[in-house]
Design a protein around this ligand. Structure first.
Ligand code: HAM
Length: 436
């Protein structure tokens, strides 16, 4: 029996192995294609920042108060592994002062000390976009539409879009006061957990999924009654823009999201196949004010991040966006010692033809097993007879043999499923044509 290895990944952390890792890369490539085609450039940020950068996300946010991986480094600096990228991007904006609007996209790992479960990890990956320096409701729409287009490009059809506005900071503050007063007046009916949340952030009580809170939450004051004229106009324009693009959405006045920096527009994409607590594939909104809190000038900001893990779980559940097929076209089987395989694979690779081989001069049978596993289209086989005759055998690995109406092979060509023996000197030309 195999013993349990001494070292394994920590809870909530995983190795992403092939072919899943190729799927991850493809995921990011699709995201890059869509965002770069809309004028966004990639920012690569450090995994580690001064703790203060993330504290600006807000001190009523669990991500900041409970889930941060922070420590004092050897130089005495209090640093943290990033729990998200929006604060880092705002820090970078203040540091580098790029021209506005600054339209950027990113990808990478985030770290949150959460309770691991399906779709919830301690190290997880996101892709996202942020735009700094433009306060245009149609920019909110552009951003939401980019995320929507991305889900479509993956083949997902069950994603839904929830939309809300938290109003301007003053509206939000008045609303929070009203919520607090409302819940405090009904404290006896509120669950114990929500009473604790109420002290920290009354808005988050609206997030409660506990049955005991349901009636109170549904009767709570509505944010829409607190909008200033400009907040109402902004929100109306966002909805009109989404309608103009035929993007379906539902206004959900209880959508407050987990991070404190949001103002005005907030939105969330939901997957429809995961447990409700993990059903958010991604979300975002406006965060005018975050750049200022990091020492920059007043700057409008809007963006979103999508969880790679959760979105890929949604893809699995919907049976779309499978791992890509292996990139190897040719597998070289050489039972003459291995030098032939060394030369043939090198020549094929330099022509841009994916080529793999077996090692350790194994038996023909064992090398052919490797060929089957590789996913290659053809095997090139070279044994002592072929070596002596200056030939190679090209054997199709996946094609069915094509037969005519009389049951005879239609041709003596590997493209028709035939195994062929050809002069070694013709091999590269032959494969270039056969695989093109
Ligand atoms: P967030 O809602 O905290 O927003 O995270 C965005 C997405 O990251 C979630 O919807 C989810 O798919 C994924 N995610 C979050 N936590 C975990 C976890 N523990 N395990 C797996 N996936 C997870 C933000 O991070 C904001 N920075 C989004 C934003 C950008 N707002 C404005 N700009």
């Amino acid at each position: 029996m195999l013993s349990v290895p001494e070292f394994q990944t920590s809870p909530g952390m995983r190795d992403i192995l092939p072919p899943e890792s190729a799927r991850w890369r493809r995921f990011v490539e699709v995201f890059a294609r869509i965002t770069e085609g809309a004028g966004y450039g990639q920012v690569v940020s450090p995994l580690l920042e001064d703790l203060g950068v993330f504290q600006r996300i807000g001190d009523a946010t669990d991500v900041v108060t409970k889930e941060m991986y922070d420590f004092v480094d050897k130089g005495g600096r209090h640093v943290a592994l990033r729990p998200e990228l929006t604060a880092s991007i705002c820090r970078a904006f203040v540091q580098h002062r790029p021209l506005t609007p600054w339209k950027i996209w990113y990808t990478g790992s985030q770290f949150r000390y959460e309770k691991p479960q399906r779709g919830r990890f301690r190290q997880f990956d996101q892709v996202g976009v942020e735009v700094l320096g433009a306060d245009d409701p149609y920019l909110d729409v552009e951003i939401i539409a980019l995320g929507w287009e991305f889900f479509q490009a993956l083949g997902l059809s069950k994603v839904t879009l929830l939309l809300n506005s938290l109003g301007e900071p003053d509206d939000r503050a008045r609303y929070v006061d009203a919520l607090k007063a409302y819940f405090e007046a009904n404290l006896a009916d509120l669950s114990e957990e929500s009473r604790v949340t109420l002290q920290k952030n009354p808005l988050r009580v609206l997030d409660s999924k506990r049955a005991q809170d349901a009636a109170l939450v549904s009767g709570a004051p509505q944010i829409a009654d607190f909008y200033s004229d400009s907040a109402a106009t902004h929100f109306a324009a966002v909805q009109a823009g989404l309608t103009a693009l035929d993007i379906p959405f539902t206004v959900d006045s209880k959508l407050v999201r987990g991070l404190d920096y949001y103002r005005q527009t907030t939105f969330e994409y939901q997957g429809g196949t995961l447990e409700s607590a993990q059903n958010a594939l991604g979300g975002g909104g406006r965060y005018d004010g975050l750049v200022e809190s990091l020492g920059g000038p007043p700057t409008a900001g809007v963006g979103f991040a999508l969880g790679l893990d959760r979105t890929l779980i949604a893809c699995d559940d919907e049976g779309v966006f499978p791992a890509p097929a292996p990139e190897v076209d040719v597998f070289v089987v050489d039972t003459t010692g291995g030098v032939e395989a060394l030369q043939i694979t090198a020549a094929l690779r330099s022509l841009g033809i994916g080529a793999d081989r077996a090692y350790e001069n194994r038996s023909m049978k064992s090398q052919m097993k490797g060929a089957d596993r590789s996913g290659a289209t053809v095997a090139v086989i070279i044994g002592s007879n072929e070596l002596e005759a200056g030939t190679v055998v090209v054997r199709p690995l996946r094609a069915e043999r094509n037969l005519d109406a009389d049951g005879n092979p239609v041709s003596n060509d590997v493209r028709d499923g035939a195994q062929v023996t050809i002069p070694r000197t013709d091999l590269l030309d032959y494969l270039q044509k056969a695989l093109s």
